[in-house]
Ligand binder design. Structure first.
Ligand code: NAP
Length: 276
């Protein structure tokens, strides 16, 4: 088994994920895995970084596919005996003018952004080594979507005692409510992406709490963040940050020094903890 440190970035064949891999290749003292659901797109991205003189490694990962997640888990366990840095970056968003029925958008968006991210965490968090760093890429949209929720939902999502099971039930209820066209009556905002990212931010708060309860002595730090408005296929060319600029906050959180005990369980943008 290798004693080399290892970092994994999900959804990193393009956009912010690729920029995070680029930065980690330059700054992280160990192996950096670029992952992609499509091996062809992944290998092309690896080749691009190699042309820049960097040496990322590649592993397939589709966060929608439990078998794919478990294959990566087994590989990391076998080769490295665990994991030092995990960046959950993979995500999707329908375009504003997409005419796909809202209930379908809700199901598809929640599947990847919330349930996929949660499945990766379920399988990979137990592998995190002491002083490990976990970064869940959420969005400022999670905060605005939270403010668009009913008072009752806001209270649940801000709760310091909400469990992962309760959060899963709420995310599942949102999808079901959209199918019955009652989501607004039930207190949800009219944004599938926003609700999926509420899920990512709240999941991060819960996971950080569990780490405090169960693995305090391991000094693992886990946070959610917003990369900012970044010029990628998702956000388009008018966004204000380059992908490398968008990678700065996720990379800062991924490389928090071993003597840091904060931030942990926070929502961070521009390297600053934001109120939730
Ligand atoms: P992007 O350019 O569209 O890249 C998204 C990445 O996620 C791609 O590599 C994509 O792979 C991958 N992906 C999607 N579904 C996946 C799955 N099931 N399994 C594995 N990988 C999957 O978007 P981006 O702007 O870089 O976004 C990266 C993250 O930042 C997302 O979580 C997004 O919500 C968040 N974010 C972005 C902005 C922004 O302004 N851009 C703002 C706030 C938050 P394929 O190439 O195979 O589709």
């Amino acid at each position: 088994m290798s004693s080399v440190q290892v970092a994994v970035v999900t959804g990193s064949n393009k956009g912010i994920g690729l920029a995070i891999v680029r930065a980690l290749c330059k700054q992280f003292p160990g192996d950096v895995y670029l992952t992609s659901r499509d091996p062809g797109r992944g290998q092309a991205a690896v080749a691009q970084l190699q042309q820049e003189g960097l040496q990322p490694l590649f592993h397939q990962l589709d966060v929608d596919d439990l078998q794919s997640i478990r294959a990566l888990r087994d590989f990391l366990k076998e080769k490295y005996g665990g994991l030092n840095v995990l960046v959950n970056n993979a995500g999707i968003a329908f375009k504003v003018h997409d005419t796909t029925p809202f209930a379908v958008q809700a199901e598809v968006t929640l599947k990847t952004n919330f349930f996929g991210t949660r499945n990766v965490c379920t399988e990979l968090l137990p592998l995190m080594k002491p002083y490990g760093r976990v970064v869940n890429v959420s969005s400022m949209v999670s905060s605005s979507a939270l403010r668009g929720c009913s008072q009752e939902l806001q209270q649940k999502f801000r709760s310091d005692t909400i469990t992962e099971e309760e959060l899963v039930q709420l995310m599942t209820k949102f999808v079901e409510d959209t199918k019955k066209s009652v989501h607004e009556k039930e207190g949800w905002p009219n944004t599938a992406y926003g609700v999926s990212k509420i899920g990512v931010t709240v999941l991060s708060r819960i996971q950080a709490r569990l780490l405090n309860e169960e693995r305090k002595g391991d000094h693992i730090l886990l946070n959610a963040c917003c990369p900012g408005w970044v010029r990628t296929d998702m956000a388009g060319p008018k966004a204000t940050k380059s992908p490398d600029e968008g990678a700065e906050t996720p990379v800062y959180l991924a490389l928090l020094p071993s003597n840091a005990d904060a931030p942990h369980g926070q929502f961070v943008s521009d390297k600053t903890v934001r109120p939730w």
